[in-house]
Design a protein around this ligand. Structure first.
Ligand code: SF4
Length: 222
């Protein structure tokens, strides 16, 4: 996109501070069902699901955890088997050796430092082996106290297309979004972006003609 065209597109839609609320409201109306796709029934299952979801789809994780959570109910259960057995049980999520190592390290720390519970403190979550900022963000957000904004591939792409950030690195994109998105919306914002990204604003073929944000989006093709 030529620079003058980009500037013209930005002028057409107006400043991002004025667009962010209508963007959120319209997406909330459009994707009222937007929610995390991972299936879990307690904090431990939530943490494990998110850890397993790295580099694979939520559908794939759900397929694996349906069996996994029947067999492994407590942190101790994950340490009671040989690592190779856990590797086999999570094999289909990919990167199973690294994930097994992270799961075992995390379970060990939960038992030793947190009485077998998943800590609520964000920094404590970040100290768990294999738990990076995105995982800690998802876990905190699903427990109702988001500490940041989850940035995945959809959030990244849509934030850039909507002119909400010019950054490339997730951590910088998150910082821009935290300044822009009202705190009360930190939890639902990523879900709205993810579902809009999946259903409408596809990576290769965005369906701008069917999008509710065309007048708010500097990348709109209509
Ligand atoms: S107008 Fe097009 S590029 Fe912009 S958010 Fe909608 S689908 Fe994506």
């Amino acid at each position: 996109m030529a620079r003058s065209y980009r500037a013209e597109a930005r002028r057409r839609v107006g400043p991002k501070r004025e667009r962010i609320r209508p963007i959120i409201e319209r997406l909330a109306a459009e994707h009222a069902d937007a929610a995390i796709a991972l299936r879990f029934s307690n904090d431990l299952e939530l943490l494990v699901s998110v850890m397993l979801s790295a580099q694979t789809t939520d559908v794939n994780v759900n397929r694996v955890t349906e069996q996994l959570f029947r067999k492994y109910r407590t942190p101790e259960d994950y340490l009671a088997v040989e690592p190779e057995e856990l590797e086999r049980d999570i094999f289909a999520t990919g990167f199973y050796r690294q994930k097994t190592k992270s799961l075992r390290g995390t379970m060990q720390m939960l038992i030793e430092d947190y009485d077998g519970e998943v800590p609520t403190d964000f920094d404590a979550l970040l100290r768990l082996p294999g738990v990076a900022r995105k995982t800690a963000n998802v876990v905190s957000s699903e427990r109702g106290s988001p500490q940041g904004i989850v940035v995945d591939t959809h959030v990244r792409r849509l934030s850039q297309r909507l002119g909400l950030t010019k950054q490339e690195a997730p951590v910088h994109i998150e910082r821009d979004l935290m300044r822009l998105v009202p705190r009360a919306d930190w939890g639902r914002f990523p879900h709205l972006m993810i579902w809009h990204g999946r259903r409408v604003c596809d990576a290769r073929r965005p369906l701008c003609e069917a999008c509710v944000l065309t007048d708010l989006c500097p990348s709109s093709r209509v």
